[in-house]
Design a protein around this ligand. Structure first.
Ligand code: AKB
Length: 314
């Protein structure tokens, strides 16, 4: 079946690769990329592109009507570290953009929504290892509070208004095509760039801080698989835990040293340490595995090999 998809926040770390993959899968003309700013030439020229503010309901509605959009992937958000600096801007962006797409679906102007949640929904009182789907949450960051509230609203719109909304709690995402911006897990991308450029990296988290992480190819696969799964298989309409690997800055350093033996990392924790300390070390994603056959392909060492290989070629 042919369908049209709109991606909000298409120029960001996830949006860029999601746009490429959806264009490969469903045909470039059917995938409308949009962002508040312009992105890479290849993204803007490989299919339709619109400058669009995800907090502007009327503007999104115009694009949805113009392209006869069926599904919206809302990838625009302010991440954890930046959100601590601009709490109200983060809250307004993260919540208003979500209400905009949920309300478009409630009005039956679109038929399906993808919205990303995060491991940030968990907090300091959450059990750290193999963190369950439903457990103590109590997020302590602005970003986490917005993601937790968003999850509640997604489930509410599903139950009350029959909105087909789907979501995963992304861990830290590692990619080479587009840099992340403003997150606490960004060190796990920066470290590869600095290892190749300088052979040295000053990490803003302590060496033992273990967090759940995932290679972007797995994250994109999970996102599209969830969206393509039959609705009747899905038992969770807040957001699915999604796991792959967990490692600390020390472990990623050791993995890089297998390729670049002289690489050195130093550790100078800043305000992001407290955010990282409030998040789980690993998550239990058995619901995603059971409901829609989730299974990651990449571990730390295969991620390192891919990252270094691809970054060398740029
Ligand atoms: C962040 O660090 O803020 C994000 C996330 C884990 O959601 N990468």
């Amino acid at each position: 079946m042919q369908k049209s998809i709109l991606i909000l926040g298409a120029c960001g770390q996830i949006g860029t690769e999601l746009t490429i993959e959806l264009r490969n899968k469903f045909g470039s003309d059917n995938i409308v990329a949009s962002d508040i700013r312009e992105g890479s030439e290849s993204l803007m020229q490989s299919g339709p592109f619109e400058l669009l503010d995800a907090t502007n309901y009327e503007a999104i509605e115009d694009v949805v009507m113009h392209y006869e959009i069926d599904e919206v992937y809302l990838m625009a958000a302010m991440l954890s570290a930046t959100a601590e600096k601009f709490p109200m801007r983060a809250w307004n962006l993260n919540m208003n953009s979500l209400f905009n797409v949920l309300n478009l679906a409630k009005e039956k102007k679109i038929s399906k929504v993808f919205w990303p949640s995060s491991i940030a929904v968990f907090g300091p009182n959450t059990p750290k290892e193999n963190t369950g789907q439903s457990t103590i949450m109590e997020p302590s960051t602005v970003y986490g509070i917005s993601k937790q509230a968003g999850e509640r609203w997604c489930e509410y719109y599903f139950k009350k208004f029959d909105v087909d909304v789907r979501s995963v709690r992304y861990p830290g995402l590692i990619s080479w095509k587009t840099m992340p911006g403003g997150g606490t897990t960004d060190y796990a991308v920066e470290i590869y760039h600095q290892a190749l450029e300088k052979g040295l990296y000053e990490c803003f988290l302590s060496e033992e801080t273990k967090l759940p992480m995932m290679y972007m190819e797995d994250a994109i696969k999970a996102t599209i698989n969830l969206m393509e799964s039959p609705a009747e298989n899905l038992t969770i309409r807040s957001s699915y835990n999604l796991g792959s690997m967990s490692f600390s800055p020390k472990e990623i350093t050791q993995s890089i040293q297998k390729h670049i033996p002289n690489f050195k990392a130093t550790y100078v924790p800043d305000f992001r340490q407290q955010i990282a300390d409030s998040w789980p070390s690993s998550v239990d994603d058995s619901d995603a595995r059971k409901d829609w056959n989730w299974k990651p392909n990449f571990d730390l060492n295969s991620t390192t090999a891919e990252m270094l290989d691809n970054l060398k070629g740029i």
